[in-house]
Design a binder for this molecule. Structure first.
Ligand code: TXA
Ligand code: MG
Length: 343
């Protein structure tokens, strides 16, 4: 049996914290996606995460903290630059990769000598972390390969009966996982795009960072180890609509005509308006305006999971601009299509 705790009830969070301290797996909300938490300093608890998710053991985990001083204990070195970044962006949707201290178990970092650390801003996550008083290892709370979970129901679908409990904190605000920034290289590299973008480091700190997965000259900039796996994929085939304007509309019409049913469409309000009549047997999800990328990010995984539940054989998805959080949305969408990375 899996407990379902109410995030509004402090006593429920206390129970969840107690369970974590005793080595159990507890899912909890963060501002990005739900995390599947375990005591990050206990190798047995950490191994249970890999088993529950079916996650490859070479894909390292993020340690979640509530206080900057915890980062100083987990990292061998926190440079003045790292500290400046923490002060500017923590708590929030940013994970920092730092040199690992020996107190961090090897199974957290998949054998690397670095450790990923994040201080979430979600109030429930912060309360839980403070009550637990230990760093909590937490990957996204989805079975390996599936879209991440952005509400308690999603976690329930994947883990009912397989984990000790879930704290229900409603829907996650951001909707895509944190930006992962590697600070062990110079210049720093964004290994996974998220809500905190290269532009923001430049604007707020005057810091140049590279976008991982991109090519600079002949050199391929590395991306997060986890990004090499099949990911975010529903059971059906996801097709990314191509082109812009009239070309985009033609491509979608062409894809609708040939796609295997049941068929789902995830399109912007603007494109839906331009598309005109849609065959009756097609299920449509309106992602909102093309100009509101934050909403796209917030709804992306929910829509993919909705189509999964409806057992869609094909999903036609519209892409968005490669800017701001749109870079993260396109990164997840191209992975959901099973295709190569574009960022
Ligand atoms: O928003 C998030 O980051 C969520 C919430 C729950 O905090 N967590 C999350 O964890 O997305 P996960 O395990 O699904 O993704 C962690 C990513 C993976 O791509 C992994 O490869 C990368 O971070 N990562 C972890 N430790 C690393 C390290 N030491 N060096 C490089 N990449 C690392
Ligand atoms: Mg994940």
């Amino acid at each position: 049996m899996t407990y379902r705790w109410d995030g509004k009830n402090k006593e429920d969070i206390r129970q969840a914290a107690e369970a974590l301290r005793h080595g159990q797996l507890v899912a909890f909300p963060t501002e990005t996606v739900y995390g599947l938490g375990a005591n990050g300093l206990d190798p047995l608890s950490v191994k249970a995460i890999y088993e529950a998710k079916g996650r490859p053991s070479d894909n390292p985990l993020i340690l979640h903290i509530y206080d900057k001083n915890q980062a100083k204990a987990l990292a061998r070195e926190v440079t003045p630059l790292a500290e400046k970044i923490m002060d500017e962006f923590w708590p929030g949707p940013l994970t920092l990769v730092l040199p690992k201290d020996i107190c961090v178990p090897d199974c957290i970092s998949g054998g690397r000598d670095t450790v990923a650390i994040r201080m979430p801003s979600n109030i429930l996550a912060r309360t839980l972390l403070r009550m637990t008083r230990i760093p909590i290892a937490a990957p996204s709370a989805n079975l390996s390969g599936k879209p991440s979970a952005t509400c308690a129901e999603h976690v329930w679908q994947d883990f009912d009966g397989r984990i000790y409990g879930i704290i229900d904190g409603g829907v996650c605000q951001v909707g895509v996982e944190s930006t992962v920034l590697d600070l062990t290289v110079e210049p720093p590299v964004i290994l996974r795009p998220g809500a905190i973008t290269a532009e923001m480091f430049k604007e707020r700190l005057g810091l140049e960072v590279l976008q991982g997965g991109a090519k600079v000259g002949d050199k391929e900039i590395p991306k997060a180890p986890g990004m090499k796996y099949r990911h975010y994929a529903p059971k059906g085939k996801v097709l990314l609509a191509q082109g812009q304007g009239a070309e985009l509309i033609d491509d979608i019409k062409e894809k609708i005509a040939h796609a295997q049913r049941p068929l789902g469409l995830m399109l912007s309000s603007e494109t839906l308006a331009d598309l005109g009549e849609i065959p009756q047997d097609v299920t449509v999800r309106d992602l909102g305006s093309i100009n509101d990328l934050n909403k796209w990010a917030a709804e992306l995984f929910e829509v993919l999971r909705y189509f999964d539940q409806k057992e869609m054989a094909t999903i036609i998805a519209e892409g968005c601009a490669y800017e701001k959080i749109g870079i993260a949305v396109m990164n997840r969408l191209t992975k959901a299509c099973g295709g190569g990375e574009k960022v």
